[in-house]
Design a protein around this ligand. Structure first.
Ligand code: B12
Ligand code: SF4
Ligand code: SF4
Length: 333
């Protein structure tokens, strides 16, 4: 085994290990982070005060505002992206399902691979403590990934990498080693506002800020009420699980981007072919079988049926066109 004497060597070798696990982009940030991170934390506070978390009360956990509380003695963080873009589409006439959920549960996939990296780190530096955070941990995933140079937070609020677009999930490994940080990313949205215009419910209340109370992704995945609000039902298009509209229209996702061959992210057959009839008629047992090992199991069988029942079968692209026509009319009058 090669000796890793310096922290600079350790940093490079750690990133290499992350790439070996299929992560790209990868980057390092130092904790507690720069002034940018303080600004993002204040933005979280303002978001919570505005009620944009809807019923996701767990978003208010004070620890989310302070990464230091997640691991005693934490000094640095490895941020990783896992690209889930596959050059495939759902078949015509099927219900729309957001791309992040097409393959195996990313929480498990990312966690398992980050654990392997943590164990490798322990061999290099036996006194090192580490902790893995994937989505559910109270960490501002996008703000830290931006800090570590993985990409910038777009106006739709997702992290965008210049060569991979925004089709990636994020994970972090916090550790007590002092590592060499990467440069934070700078925004490249410019004057574009395609995502804001395309959102059928005006959920992007201002650039970078999403009001979950209006977001289709929130309502189809997180809303536990028996019935969806009228205004969501009328804008749902064919979205039964999540919503990708603001990402689909983003120019950074339209240019040629890397297509993943990762077996864990291969789309499940039923996801590409789900019809409204199936979604309504599958019983709990059938749904549970289909959702085994999928991130989409957060959507309970009754919620799949509720969402499907609310779909009036217009396609999302049709809705976008309707919305554009409406905007043009408003401008003319
Ligand atoms: C709560 C949550 C949701 C909620 C709320 C969404 C939201 N935007 O907050 C709902 C259920 C709606 C949701 C939906 C989705 N989510 Co979600 N979600 C989260 C979660 C758990 C927390 C996000 C959060 O902190 N929100 C609080 C607000 C305040 O933060 P924010 O929106 O990021 O706002 C930041 C920016 O606006 C920025 N900011 C503020 N002002 C300014 C000004 C400038 C100039 C700039 C540059 C930035 C900036 O600072 C804020 C704070 O950091 C994270 C995982 C995690 N632990 O972080 C996943 C996460 C953000 N979700 C993810 C995904 C994939 C999605 C969906 C795409 C799924 C889908 N297709 O349906 C949609 C996208 C909808 C959208 N446009 O945001 C991924 C995003 C990956 C990426 N490339 O960015 C994450 C990171 C999960 C993961 N680990 O991979 N999600
Ligand atoms: S996920 Fe859909 S509803 Fe939510 S902000 Fe994006 S386009 Fe709007
Ligand atoms: S659609 Fe335009 S404004 Fe929105 S995130 Fe992409 S580049 Fe930025």
């Amino acid at each position: 085994m090669q000796t890793i004497a310096t922290q600079a060597q350790l940093t490079q070798a750690l990133k290499k290990e992350a790439r070996k696990q299929g992560f790209e982009p990868v980057g390092i940030a130092r904790i507690p982070g720069s002034k940018r991170l303080q600004a993002r934390t204040q933005a979280l506070e303002a978001w919570l005060n505005a009620g944009y978390q809807a019923e996701m009360n767990w978003m208010a956990a004070p620890r989310r505002k302070n990464a230091i509380t997640l691991l005693e003695g934490v000094k640095s963080l490895l941020a990783v992206g896992l690209n889930y873009y596959v050059n495939q589409n759902q078949n015509p006439g099927t219900l729309s399902i957001a791309r992040y959920g097409w393959g195996n549960d990313y929480h498990k996939v990312v966690e398992k691979r980050l654990k392997a990296i943590g164990k490798w780190l322990e061999i290099q530096r036996p006194s090192c403590k580490w902790k893995i955070c994937v989505d559910a941990a109270p960490l501002l995933d996008k703000a830290w990934a931006e800090e570590a140079g993985l990409g910038w937070i777009g106006k739709h609020s997702n992290l965008i990498n210049p060569s991979r677009g925004s089709w990636m999930v994020l994970g972090h490994l916090l550790c007590t080693e002092v590592l060499i940080p990467d440069k934070p990313s700078k925004s490249q949205c410019g004057i574009c506002k395609a995502c804001i215009t395309a959102c059928p419910t005006n959920a992007i209340s201002e650039p970078y800020i999403v009001d979950s109370r209006k977001c289709i992704a929130y309502h189809t995945i997180e809303n536990r009420c028996q019935k969806l609000p009228e205004e969501i039902e009328s804008s749902l298009g064919s979205w039964v699980a999540g919503c990708d509209i603001c990402q689909e229209v983003c120019p950074w996702n339209k240019k040629p981007i890397v297509n993943t061959n990762d077996p864990d992210l291969k789309p499940r057959e039923w996801i590409l072919n789900l019809t409204k009839n199936e979604a309504l008629n599958w019983d709990d047992k059938k749904w549970r079988e289909q959702l085994k090992g999928s991130a989409l199991k957060r959507i309970k069988p009754w919620m799949w049926r509720r969402n499907a029942a609310a779909i009036k079968s217009e396609s999302p692209s049709k809705l976008i066109k309707q919305k554009k026509r409406l905007c043009q009319k408003k401008k003319q009058s």
